[in-house]
Design a protein around this ligand. Structure first.
Ligand code: NAD
Length: 255
């Protein structure tokens, strides 16, 4: 599923079929980026591609599991060939199932850290040569407030904390190429992920959401567009002196 490029800058957004990634893809398209929409299933990306094209943008949907090295390499190569070399990367794909530590299988640990931490490594490694060649790049990694600890998900909390270390290390290593790397750590954002959490806990989503809102200083939960707005700032030319940072987009401070 491809809509040809017209010379715009190219961004890759992983996990862009829905939720935060879809909002980021729509926002970047509005700002003139051609967008590589990466998710597990190409057909699931249709709504995002339609929104991008409807806004006058270009998009290519590519199916890839971000934890699969070969799939990532071919997805990035295809996007570069169809839309132009990517110089903006938003590592957004993530999963966050719950399990008590003593019941957590090794397979779950490997899958969760594979998608949330190995995935950003693989995609960044594949995209980075394009940024280095351009002498400019913007990497945004989607961490989480779970990076400071998550009682329900030790695998997810560990991966999201690892992603912050990855981000700071990228900022140190790649700054000389004109590349910045930053992390966004969202709090509660309305998406399929938080809907699934409510389901797993046997709670009605609206009740789950309003009870979360009561504990958030600004008195509401986040929307995907709140995160897209922050991505838009971080990838902008004017944010070139912001690198290696973690921006908590959580409606209040996070310890
Ligand atoms: P979501 O479940 O709505 O969307 C995640 C997307 O990632 C889905 O389209 C899914 O198919 C895709 N994905 C999952 N595994 C993948 C893989 N291996 N390869 C490629 N794509 C894959 O979730 P969301 O709430 O939009 O979350 C987006 C990011 O934000 C995730 O990294 C998540 O951990 C993070 N986050 C979300 C919240 C929240 O409250 N929703 C809070 C903090 C951080």
């Amino acid at each position: 599923m491809t809509h040809t490029t017209d010379g715009r800058r190219t961004a890759i957004v992983t996990g862009a079929a829905r939720g935060i990634g879809a909002a980021v893809a729509r926002r970047l398209a509005r700002e003139g980026f051609a967008v590589g929409v990466v998710d597990l299933d190409e057909a699931d990306c249709a709504d995002t591609v339609e929104a991008v094209v409807g806004a006058g943008g270009s998009a290519t949907a590519v199916a890839a599991d971000v934890s699969d090295e070969a799939a990532v390499a071919s997805a990035v190569a295809r996007i570069a060939a169809e839309l132009g070399p990517p110089t903006v990367l938003v590592n957004n794909a993530g999963i966050g199932p719950r399990a008590e530590l003593v019941e957590m299988t090794t397979r779950q640990w490997d899958t969760v850290t594979g998608v949330n931490l190995r995935g950003p490594f693989l995609v960044t490694r594949a995209v980075c040569p394009h940024m280095i060649a351009a002498g400019w790049g913007r990497i945004v990694n989607m961490s989480s407030i779970s990076a400071v600890g998550d009682a329900a998900r030790v695998d997810y909390g560990s991966a999201k904390a690892g992603l912050i270390g990855f981000t700071k290390s990228l900022a140190l290593q790649l700054g000389r190429h004109g590349i910045t790397a930053n992390a966004i750590a969202p709090g509660f954002v309305v998406s399929d992920m938080t809907r699934a959490s409510a389901r797993r806990l046997g709670r009605d989503f609206e009740e789950f959401r309003s009870s979360a809102a009561r504990s958030i200083p600004v008195g509401r939960v986040g929307e995907p567009e709140d995160i897209a707005h922050t991505v838009s700032f971080l990838v902008s030319p004017d944010a070139g002196f912001v690198s290696g940072q973690v921006i908590y987009v959580a409606g209040g401070p996070v310890d």
